[in-house]
Write a protein that binds this ligand. Structure first.
Ligand code: ADP
Length: 483
């Protein structure tokens, strides 16, 4: 394959091994968030194209499910190598449409390869059981089988790796898949079609559609041949998809929103806590579902922490992701800028004090200053809602019990973080926090070998790790009599 990122920019959808336009011929513009300029177009597919993709996936499933785990693992290993070999152009394509720095894009693409490799390895470990029989003349056996056709819908913040977490386990277990990447960042999604075909996956095993979210989502969630829906995105859209999928009782995995608390206790290593807060808050310019949303600092360390945090936030280099040393790229679009601005206005109107940033950056594209706000209080919107931008609200607390109660006071339960050097507290607090992912003295904890997913309204199921295959498998009990 060529080393140019343009090689991976396909302005067509991928159905049954063929690249084509939408039936209507209509196209949607894709923008570079660092400049606001159009960088290409993708087809506006709807229900008809989705149905064609589901039918292709259903046909492909009949033969693909019968391949051996070894054959599937070999193709997945090839896919992982192709991603690694093309890391640079894929990272450039990602930065072009999503805005994050090239360093972050390279990290994301490398993570995609790691997920695929992980699932290549796990493909051969889909074990069943034999159960001691309560009948002398019968034997009881449990096997695991691919669920069938999977419908996958992914967001714009990690357009490569969010699909890796879904395509990987689907193909490892013998499922086939129809993917709809986010409209803002479709090219990294469509690139999966090129890569999977090159890796040898048969026509129809992987299909990629761009276009109307509600029409494609509506068809994926209602078509009887789709066995499972896997979604990463907002809790709001997750609720819609869950309701739609209920009609045909599909299996569901949902990676939804978060409202991550970040607790700093008086006994914390303050510099380590500041570095962790910066990493967990400002990664991808604050646009991840595991970004710290609420920073709670114990009274004794509060002022020193805020001072260091503000200096570190001010020092983040902002600019186009293609510029050397940039740590803060643009937000995804104008709506995101307005959203972040509204959180800041709300906080200031209720007594919040901006100690760093607080404004849009006056230049082309969608840039917002890394922002730190103190005097944050629970009546401010960011105490309940996900900011999804580079704003760090700092709240003050007095006791461990208070911190735990504040941290758990949310409908979300994805990631949380806390900093302490007291071993007893490390165990106590992590056991009390109602979250699927807990970082103790660490601000960035995602890895393909550990389960990713949330408690409460942050979702259903887990991605990555040995648990990441479960949602793609049916359990079959076979009772053999007359022995
Ligand atoms: P975000 O706030 O991160 O954009 P969304 O939940 O809005 O999260 O979007 C995540 C994905 O869900 C995107 O691919 C988007 O196009 C898709 N989506 C949005 N609305 C719907 C819907 N009604 N049905 C199906 N998919 C949808």
């Amino acid at each position: 394959m060529s080393t140019s990122w343009a090689q991976f920019k396909r302005e067509e959808i991928f159905i049954d091994g063929t690249w084509r336009k939408a039936d209507s011929g209509r196209m949607i513009d894709v923008f570079d968030p660092a400049s606001g300029e159009v960088i290409g177009q993708v087809p506006e597919a709807g229900a008809d194209e989705t149905r064609a993709a589901i039918e292709a996936a259903a046909r492909a499933f009949e033969t693909y499910r019968k391949t051996t785990a070894e054959e599937r693992a070999a193709m997945l290993r090839k896919l992982a190598s192709l991603i690694e070999d093309n890391k640079e152009p894929l990272a450039q394509l990602l930065t072009k449409e999503q805005g994050k720095s090239l360093t972050e894009s390279r990290g994301e693409v490398a993570m995609s390869a790691k997920y695929i490799l992980w699932f290549a390895e796990e493909a051969r470990r889909v074990y069943g059981d034999t159960i001691p029989s309560p009948w002398a003349d019968r034997r009881l056996m449990v096997t695991k089988e691919a669920v069938g056709v999977v419908g996958a819908i992914t967001p714009w913040n990690f357009p490569s790796s969010m699909l890796a977490r879904k395509i990987g386990p689907a193909l490892a277990t013998g499922c086939t898949i129809v993917c709809k990447p986010a409209t803002q960042t479709p090219f990294s999604g469509l690139a999966w079609g090129l890569l999977c075909a090159e890796a040898g996956f048969p026509a129809g095993t992987v299909n990629i559609l761009t276009g109307s979210a509600s029409k494609i989502g509506g068809e994926l969630t209602s078509h009887p041949d789709v066995a499972k829906i896997t979604f990463t995105g907002s809790t709001e859209v997750g609720r819609i998809l869950l309701a739609q999928a209920a009609t045909t009782v599909k299996k569901v995995s949902m990676e939804l929103g978060g409202n991550a608390p970040f607790l700093v206790f008086d006994d914390a290593d303050i510099d380590r806590a500041v570095a962790g807060a910066i990493a967990s808050k400002f990664r991808n310019s604050g646009q991840t579902c595991v970004c710290s949303n609420r920073i709670y600092v114990q009274a004794g360390i509060h002022d020193a922490f805020v001072e260091k945090l503000a200096i570190a936030a001010a020092g983040l280099k902002l600019g186009s992701g293609f510029e050397d040393g940039v740590e803060q790229g643009p937000l995804i679009d104008e709506k995101a800028i307005e959203g972040v601005g509204s959180f800041v206005e709300d906080a200031v109107s209720k007594g919040g004090k901006i100690v760093q940033g607080g404004k849009r950056v006056q230049r082309d594209g969608f840039f917002y200053e890394p922002t730190v706000i103190v005097n944050a209080s629970s009546d401010m919107r960011f105490a309940r809602e996900e900011i999804f931008g580079p704003v760090a609200p700092v709240f003050r607390f007095e006791t461990e019990e208070e911190a735990i109660a504040l941290a758990n006071d949310t409908e979300y339960g994805l990631a949380c973080y806390f900093y302490t050097r007291d071993l007893g507290r490390a165990f106590r607090v992590s056991e009390e926090l109602r979250y699927g992912i807990v970082g103790v003295n660490e601000g960035v904890v995602t890895t393909e070998v550990a389960p990713f997913g949330g408690f409460k309204q942050s979702g259903v199921g887990r991605e990555g790790s040995k648990y990441g295959l479960d949602d793609y498998l049916e359990t079959k009990y076979v009772c053999i009599g007359g022995i």
